[in-house]
Design a protein around this ligand. Structure first.
Ligand code: HEC
Ligand code: HEC
Ligand code: HEC
Ligand code: HEC
Ligand code: HEC
Ligand code: HEC
Ligand code: HEC
Ligand code: HEC
Length: 331
């Protein structure tokens, strides 16, 4: 009898100590539960003050880390109860589980389901996921003790990584091979309105309306082209270009051919350029482009992606098929 009560009491005590604490002692700040997002730059976790967590373990789609120690004094001094990791999300759905440890025991837990768009701004998540929004007052409040969350005009105009207030968190998105002019000099606030409501830094305008403010030479060219390419005519610059940076020339969202074939998949299924039966297919990529020293052949070697003087928008305003061949086949 006595032993049973003792056992029950022990179980109760153990249960009390091991049971996950309320969610606020361990919080997934980014990406938040049931949201979708474009980038896999970060995983931002906030541990609670009571109890102060000593370690946090992270599991993403079944792949689990060892508990990550956040108890060192110099760590606490710099980052407080935050843990920022660079995750490796799977495209699409990611189930995230967090475990918080103190005194060698698990004392907190949190879980979230999020949707990763894998860098494609034109992709859409299934129902049930809302866009992640960071720059709301209640979230910015969490960061304000260490980051400048209310920069003034002069600070926003600072053009270097060391001085610009956006850089302390966003420098990673510019760590790519091709960086867009104004993003590279941190003119973030030219396009992102610091006073927008309800969240800050929404874009002032979208696509061509925004892009054409600076790319006047392009506007002039579009206006004097006999044929304007479908998506360009519709003003959809962002179907092909990233406004910040990418590893492709002209900050393309992907390799040019992959973008083009996304809408023109028939081109890959038929013989292109060369006519007749039994001939070798004309290369469309992976060989040097004789008309552009130092560049590789792409769809854009032969077609101006924005428009042109003939219905197929041949490069350099050419209209004749033969003139096009001669760009590269001079003999
Ligand atoms: C206790 C202080 C502290 C708090 C609070 C804090 N941070 Fe930080 N954070 C830092 C320090 C220190 C760095 C490193 C700064 C550097 O490298 O320039 C940093 C860097 C970052 C980075 C860049 C990481 C990288 O490797 O590029 C991001 C993103 C970030 N913090 C987001 C946040 C967000 C979002 C919040 C609020 C939800 C927040 N932080 C709250 C101290 C803090
Ligand atoms: C404390 C860190 C931090 C600072 C400082 C910061 N951001 Fe962010 N911001 C984030 C995080 C984290 C996200 C969500 C992850 C992402 O999109 O990279 C985000 C998202 C955004 C978004 C997407 C919309 C949204 O609200 O989620 C925009 C636009 C943006 N930031 C612009 C800016 C600009 C412009 C500045 C400088 C004036 C700035 N941010 C400063 C951390 C920060
Ligand atoms: C040439 C204009 C332009 C500049 C300059 C610019 N952005 Fe953006 N940014 C955009 C547009 C357009 C979007 C897409 C917004 C949308 O779809 O609502 C965007 C989206 C974002 C997003 C959310 C989506 C994503 O790509 O992660 C973040 C974060 C962001 N910008 C941060 C920044 C930061 C930080 C800077 C400065 C280093 C900056 N931007 C400079 C135009 C710009
Ligand atoms: C604030 C002015 C400004 C805005 C707004 C702007 N750009 Fe730019 N863009 C520039 C500058 C400056 C350069 C660098 C020019 C250079 O290097 O010759 C540039 C370069 C580019 C390039 C690369 C040029 C090359 O030769 O590789 C592309 C592509 C581009 N912008 C597209 C866009 C798109 C798409 C938008 C809208 C989302 C946009 N730009 C909005 C100023 C702007
Ligand atoms: C169908 C995809 C597509 C669309 C839509 C598109 N572009 Fe481009 N753009 C490209 C490609 C591909 C290149 C690179 C061409 C090359 O490799 O030389 C390019 C290059 C550029 C360049 C730099 C080189 C040059 O031609 O001067 C600028 C600037 C530019 N685009 C601006 C814009 C603007 C502004 C819009 C929207 C009005 C836009 N683009 C819409 C595909 C596109
Ligand atoms: C977002 C979808 C989209 C993307 C991406 C796209 N196009 Fe197009 N393209 C269109 C539309 C819409 C038309 C006009 C309708 C038509 O004539 O088929 C068109 C027309 C064309 C034409 C003229 C076709 C004809 O029969 O007259 C060519 C050539 C062309 N695109 C080449 C390209 C190249 C090269 C790329 C990549 C740089 C590209 N497209 C990317 C949608 C797209
Ligand atoms: C070596 C030059 C060259 C390259 C590279 C090239 N094209 Fe073409 N393309 C042509 C020519 C020439 C035509 C005109 C049709 C004809 O004469 O057979 C054409 C026609 C087209 C058309 C309209 C007719 C059709 O087949 O639908 C589209 C769309 C098109 N190309 C898209 C693309 C895409 C997408 C790529 C890259 C995957 C590409 N082209 C690469 C030369 C080229
Ligand atoms: C932008 C450059 C470019 C243009 C324009 C172009 N080609 Fe080509 N073409 C190439 C390249 C690069 C190769 C591959 C050469 C190699 O492998 O050495 C090639 C190969 C060929 C081959 C195969 C030859 C062989 O040696 O096997 C034929 C046939 C051909 N092209 C015909 C055409 C015709 C017809 C046109 C015009 C409608 C044309 N090309 C336009 C770049 C171009």
């Amino acid at each position: 009898m006595k032993r049973t009560i003792l056992a029950a009491l022990l179980a109760l005590l153990a249960g009390g100590a091991l049971a996950p604490r309320p969610a606020q002692s361990l919080e997934l700040v980014y990406p938040a539960d049931k949201t979708y997002f474009l980038r896999s730059d970060f995983l931002i976790i906030k541990g609670g003050a009571a109890p102060p967590l000593e370690a946090i373990a992270v599991e993403i789609n079944g792949a689990k880390s060892e508990p990550i120690d956040i108890s060192a004094a110099d760590y606490k001094a710099a980052f407080g109860d935050f843990l920022i990791l660079q995750p490796d999300f799977d495209p699409g759905k990611n189930a995230i589980k967090l475990e918080g440890y103190a005194g060698g025991k698990q004392v907190a837990a949190a879980a979230a389901q999020v949707w990763y768009l894998d860098g494609d701004p034109t992709a859409l998540p299934p129902a049930g996921y809302a866009p992640f929004v960071m720059h709301l007052p209640q979230k910015e409040k969490l960061c304000a003790p260490c980051h400048n969350m209310s920069p003034g005009q002069a600070e926003l105009a600072a053009e270097t990584e060391g001085a610009n207030p956006c850089a302390s968190c966003h420098k990673r998105m510019l760590a790519k091979k091709y960086v867009h002019g104004p993003a590279g000099v941190y003119k973030c606030a030219y396009c992102h309105d610091p006073a927008s409501q309800p969240s800050r830094y929404r874009v002032r305008a979208h696509d061509a309306v925004l892009c054409n403010e600076c790319h006047l030479d392009k506007v002039k060219k579009f206006n004097t082209s006999k044929f304007v390419h479908g998506p360009v005519g519709a003003g959809l610059c962002s179907v092909c270009h990233d406004p910040h940076a990418s590893d492709q020339p002209a900050q393309l969202l992907a390799h040019a051919n992959a973008i083009c074939l996304g809408c023109h998949d028939q081109v890959d299924k038929a013989v292109h350029v060369v006519r007749g039966v039994g001939g070798k297919a004309h290369p469309l990529k992976d060989v040097p482009d004789p008309s552009n020293p130092g560049r590789m052949l792409t769809c854009a070697s032969c077609h101006d992606p924005h428009g042109g003087q003939g219905n197929y928008f041949f490069a350099r305003g050419l209209t004749g098929r033969f003139a096009l061949c001669q760009l590269c086949h001079v003999k």
